[in-house]
Every structure is written in structure tokens, then in C-alpha cells.
Design a protein around this ligand. Structure first.
Ligand code: 5GP
Ligand code: ZN
Length: 116
């Protein structure tokens, strides 16, 4: 997608603070963090949101979740825990239409204000 900011980050056309990268997945710090640790994990393939996945994406989606877990561990979040948030569509507040997981953590106590 030519005008997608996250595709531009994948291609290196827009800078990012990367924490993990392999052939399928990229993880980088959110530019406007909403938690002490806020990292985005994306598939390099452009998929708009979970609304658009299908059976052909099963392997990629499994890999996506396993890599997100590994990234959270690498960020030191396993002891205290973390949240994974995925916004899908305008009504859920999705702003960037390239599928991404938000990894949120690093709070000192309970994650007040984030209970759902
Ligand atoms: P959404 O609301 O779509 O789930 O979240 C999009 C996230 O992407 C927001 O938290 C926003 O701060 C982040 N973001 C938007 N543009 C950029 C960018 O150019 N670089 C980085 N690192 N994060 C971005
Ligand atoms: Zn994209």
C-alpha cells in the first residue's frame, strides 16, 4: 500500500525504533506511547485489520501472536504482565489501517484505567 505509514516503516522509508524484525513480522515503539512500555507489532504484509483476515492467513496470524509474545518477553514484561490491544475499524478507534497489536505494559502497580 503506497500511502500506508506502517508499510513505509517496513520499507525503511519512515524511521522507527525497532525492537524485533524477521521476514514476516516487525515490532517498533509507538511514537505516542499510552503506557510506560508501548510497542506495536505488525505483519509486514499489508492487511487492514482483523476484519479482513481469512483462512489463508492462519499460519501468519499464529506466527504473529507467537512473535508478539516473544517481543513482550524481550521487553521484560513477562513478570508483571502486559496487555495486547487490537483496534479493528473506525468504531473501535483504529487510526492506522495496517493490522497491528499494541503491547502495553510497564506500569508500577495495577494498570489502573485500563480495566475492561
Ligand atoms: P490505532 O488507533 O490505529 O490502533 O493505533 C495506531 C498507533 O500508531 C497509535 O498508537 C499511534 O501513536 C501510532 N503511530 C501512528 N503513526 C506512527 C508512526 O509514524 N510511527 C510510530 N512509531 N507509531 C505511529
Ligand atoms: Zn500497510
Amino acid at each position: 500500500m503506497n500511502d500506508c505509514i506502517f508499510c513505509k516503516i517496513v520499507k525503511g522509508e519512515v524511521p522507527s525504533k525497532k525492537v524485533f524484525e524477521d521476514e514476516l513480522i516487525l515490532a517498533f515503539h509507538d511514537i505516542n506511547p499510552k503506557a510506560p512500555v508501548h510497542v506495536l507489532v505488525i505483519p509486514k504484509k499489508h492487511i487492514s485489520s482483523l476484519i479482513d483476515i481469512n483462512n489463508n492467513d492462519k499460519e501468519l496470524m499464529g506466527n504473529f501472536l507467537v512473535k508478539a509474545s516473544a517481543v513482550a518477553g524481550k521487553l521484560g514484561l513477562n513478570d508483571k504482565g502486559y496487555k495486547i490491544v487490537v483496534n479493528n475499524g473506525n468504531g473501535a478507534g483504529q487510526l492506522v489501517f495496517h493490522l497491528h497489536m499494541h503491547i502495553l505494559g510497564g506500569w508500577e502497580g495495577a494498570a489502573s484505567g485500563w480495566q475492561i
